[in-house]
Design a binder for this molecule. Structure first.
Ligand SMILES: C[S@@+](CC[C@H](N)C(=O)[O-])C[C@H]1O[C@@H](n2cnc3c(N)ncnc32)[C@H](O)[C@@H]1O
Length: 202
């Protein structure tokens, strides 16, 4: 199957998964309760450029793929607890999780961000620039696997990342898992690997 075709197939699958997620709340089993939590706790804490990026993404035909702000705030908490400085993200889309990571890590922190879809990244880029965090981001327009393999060829990259976030094509999660485990620090207190929506595989 051609790479582009595979990419589209993965996007359609992503869409179905997210649609199921949004119509079937998993943790809070009530739409009204979810709305209440978002309005009283999550949105008031959401940084302004993140809010703007989320609203710009809502107009995109695949806008539902954007990371949810409540999940984002949990991720911010983990990044802070770890004092994460060097991170890697697989699956950027318009960059909600990327921007929140860039806002959270220190000024000299670095994020390697991998996605074959530059067009979507460019929707979020003005908000990344407005937030003044573009210098922390190395966006690589590519499917993630070859880049992860390339990173692993250099021994200095092994166990050098504090944090990895995967939110991409589910068929490759095991491949990402194997490689990222080698790139993220071995100690549980030093490194975290998060695989978004992993349970939806089963
Ligand atoms: C659910 S979206 C990511 C959402 C994003 N984390 C956010 O905060 O809005 C999934 C992304 O995975 C990307 N993707 C699909 N196949 C990929 C691959 N092989 N390598 C890297 N990214 C891929 C898609 O282009 C899409 O942008």
């Amino acid at each position: 199957m051609a790479e582009e075709e595979r990419h589209c197939k993965s996007k359609r699958k992503e869409g179905l998964t997210k649609h199921r997620m949004s119509s079937n709340p998993v943790i809070l089993q009530s739409v009204n309760l979810t709305k209440y939590v978002l309005e009283t706790s999550v949105y008031p804490r959401e940084e302004e450029t993140l809010k703007e990026l989320r609203k710009a993404t809502a107009g995109h035909p695949w806008g539902f793929m954007g990371a949810a702000p409540d999940a984002g705030q949990l991720m911010t908490l983990l990044l802070k607890l770890l004092n994460a400085k060097k991170t890697i993200e697989v699956g950027v889309f318009t960059g909600y999780s990327l921007l929140l990571t860039a806002l959270t890590i220190p000024d000299d922190g670095k994020i390697i961000a991998l996605d074959p879809d530059r067009e979507a990244y460019e929707i979020g880029l003005p908000f990344i620039k407005k937030a003044g965090v573009e210098h922390k981001i190395d966006f690589i327009e590519s499917p993630a696997l070859p880049v992860l393999d390339k990173l692993l060829e250099d021994p200095s990259n092994k166990e050098s990342f504090d944090f990895a976030f995967v939110d991409a094509d589910k068929d490759n999660y095991w491949n990402y898992h194997e490689r990222l485990l080698k790139l993220v620090m071995a100690s549980l207190s030093a490194g975290v690997l998060i695989e978004h929506h992993l349970p939806m595989l089963y």
